[in-house]
Write a protein that binds this ligand. Structure first.
Ligand code: ADP
Length: 610
């Protein structure tokens, strides 16, 4: 096609850059770009809210190792997509956002969806650029595409004024040949040999060494090198939540079940693609030993020496190369387990695994809600009976405080990039977008003659997290994405509210006279619902049936087993709404926080302690 309009030129530029899918929401004037892109064979996944499509595009970049592309309208569309831009920055995912904007000659006049997106986004992106003329489009889009991808990945932004999108190219205008738009994979740097040697010496002399494997290692596709390093050196390793699967969880050196003990006692820690942020407790005591020598490997120089890391030990470079350098440098050496460290890890592993096993095996008494542990155990057994976990046929998505935290250790990963969660920003609401992105990354129509086995996407959604983007169920139904979504429903944020059922009934039922209510009920009614309350036992599964999918409302073990089995085999989107224990009176918080927890005041004297 010869491009005649700005929209055609933008679409052609994207195609020539190798873009095969765009996540977005159209409106005037970007609808023309989307339509032209579809005409060129690019898939367009149309969402219901820009937050979801920007999240989807960001994680698509992580899964595929190439930038995810998001197209939105100006003004409010950009504001909503800011959520995905922040998510991309926080997680270091490569993301290119394109947005429409007001006509260049209408700026300041109160034009349609007018907003100065460049001023807004400049501090939040690696590059924010406005295409001020038609001939600038290919260069601007190419540079934004390259910049979000090269170096440390992150978001970039291209502002496309309506008159540029709708502008006509002069008949004699010459377009850049497609090969001029090729952007090859990012250049890779290996580590400074002196520092490789220093790291080698430290590891060889360590009494209690540890490898920490982060999602940077998964993004770098360094799995085969890291597996070799672990096997050769026999150093125990600890994956971060999204670093799981770089080395299979089943590996005997996986110290996940002894996480706290490993962090506390390790004396030399090699960090492969993870930051010393809150997820790793900043590398600081009391979670870490104050004497630990921390060696980082990272693609970003700014990351070296952050928090408790020693800047003199940090290795700047691409993991895919640095890991091989380290393996070569350590080639004649294997860690001989020191009695104390090894037995500490083994004891802690046994204690934690026994505890987990006990909660998983505890059968649910009649008329009692399932516990999270029991529910996940039943789901796991059922899924394992349908597909061997080591085959890696499932991509897991998970969000919500308890749901994400508890499910993480129950479902082992054997392959990298197959577990997506709320990530570095602890962003709630990513789930539906991540499902669509995972479907695109793993199941998108392949080239002629190939028929790869598709992956089933299984999501564990806390009821609160699910609510952030629940309407995207319609998106999943429309694109025939047969995800199996468990809404793990405790009727609340963190925890349900014991007053929920009572309060909802009494608040809603005007016919109940005050004389017949208990003092407790009256007090609760006066106080209203707690901030963490959600409607008691909402029927979320109906969102699936409303758009032709399957819905299951599940209260007991048999129902959960059946719904899991049928949902896994279903070829349409399925929601299994599992009622679980509300956790009344338990602490609000999670294992990652160091600070004292806030006690939920759902019970007792009614005085709010939250
Ligand atoms: P996690 O959440 O798993 O702890 P983070 O997102 O905090 O991981 O950290 C990932 C780190 O990996 C980032 O600091 C990023 O710069 C780094 N990184 C990304 N790609 C590469 C690569 N190819 N080589 C080395 N480091 C990388």
């Amino acid at each position: 096609m010869t491009a005649k309009t700005g929209a055609q030129l933008i679409a052609r530029t994207l195609r020539d850059l190798g873009v095969t899918v765009i996540f977005g929401i159209v409106g005037i004037p970007v609808v023309e770009i989307a339509e032209e892109a579809i005409n060129l064979g690019i898939r367009f996944v149309a969402f219901r809210n820009e937050q979801a499509c920007s999240y989807a595009a960001s994680v698509y970049g992580y899964m595929t190792g190439r930038p995810g592309v998001c197209l939105v309208v100006g003004g409010p569309g950009v504001l909503h997509a800011l959520a995905g831009i922040g998510n991309s920055t926080a997680n270091n995912f490569p993301l290119l956002v394109l947005a429409g904007s007001a006509e260049t000659n209408a700026v300041t006049k109160g034009a349609f969806q007018e907003m100065d997106a460049i001023s807004l986004l400049t501090p939040h992106t690696k590059l924010a650029v406005r295409t001020s003329s038609l001939d600038f489009i290919p260069g601007a889009v190419k540079n934004a595409y390259r910049t979000c991808w090269y170096g440390r990945p992150g978001p970039t932004f291209v502002d496309l004024p309506a008159d540029i999108i709708q502008g006509k190219l002069s008949p004699e205008a010459s377009l850049p040949p497609p090969e001029n738009l090729l952007v090859s994979s990012p250049p890779r740097a290996s580590g400074d040999p002196t520092l490789i040697l220093k790291a080698t010496q430290l590891l060889k002399n360590a009494r209690a060494p540890l490898l920490v494997i982060g999602k940077g290692a998964a993004y770098a596709r360094a799995e085969s090198g890291i597996r070799k390093l672990v096997d050769q050196t026999q150093i125990p390793f600890l994956p971060t939540p999204m670093g799981k699967g770089v080395v299979p969880d089943s590996h005997p050196l996986n110290a996940s079940s002894a996480r706290s003990a490993a962090l506390k006692h390790a004396d030399v820690v090699l960090i492969l693609g993870a930051r010393l942020n809150w997820i790793l407790h900043f590398g600081e005591p009391p979670k870490w030993s104050p004497n630990a020598k921390i060696i980082q490997v990272d693609i970003s120089a700014e990351e070296i020496g952050r928090n408790a890391a020693n800047p003199d030990l940090g290795i700047l470079g691409d993991l895919a190369l640095v890991v091989d350098q380290l393996t070569t440098s350590l080639s004649n050496w294997t860690y001989l387990p020191s009695g104390q460290y090894t037995s500490l890890l083994a004891d802690s592993e046994k204690k934690n695994e026994d505890k987990a096993q006990k909660s998983a095996l505890r059968q649910t008494p009649p008329n009692t809600p399932l516990t999270y542990q029991r529910a996940f155990h039943i789901i796991k057994l059922t899924l394992n009976s349908l597909t061997p976990p080591e085959d890696g046929d499932i991509v897991y998505v998970s969000e919500g405080a308890n749901t994400m935290d508890i499910s993480r250790s129950i479902f082992p990963l054997y392959h990298p990039r197959q577990r997506l969660d709320a990530g570095t920003y602890a962003t709630m609401g990513v789930g539906m977008g991540y499902i669509a992105a995972a479907h695109e990354a793993f199941n998108a129509i392949p080239g002629p003659g190939t028929s790869p086995k598709t992956k089933k996407i299984v999501a564990f959604e806390g009821d609160s997290a699910f609510g952030f983007s629940a309407m995207e169920i319609e998106t999943l139904a429309r694109y025939r994405i047969p995800a199996l979504i468990f809404v793990v429903n405790n009727s609340g944020v963190y925890h349900g509210d014991s007053t929920s059922e009572d309060a909802w009934k009494t608040l809603q039922d005007q016919t109940v006279s005050n004389d017949t209510k208990s003092d407790d009920a009256l007090e609760k009614e006066k106080r209203g619902l707690r901030s963490t309350s959600l409607l008691y036992e909402t029927r979320y599964e109906m969102l699936a049936t409303m758009c032709g999918g399957k819905g299951y409302f599940v209260r007991n073990e048999e129902e959960l087993e059946r719904a899991t089995r049928e949902g896994f085999l279903s070829d349409i989107v399925t929601i299994v709404n599992v009622i679980v224990e509300p956790g009344i009176g338990q602490e609000i918080g999670f294992a990652w926080q160091n600070q004292p927890q806030v006690k939920a005041a759902h019970e007792g004297d009614g005085k709010a302690k939250l």
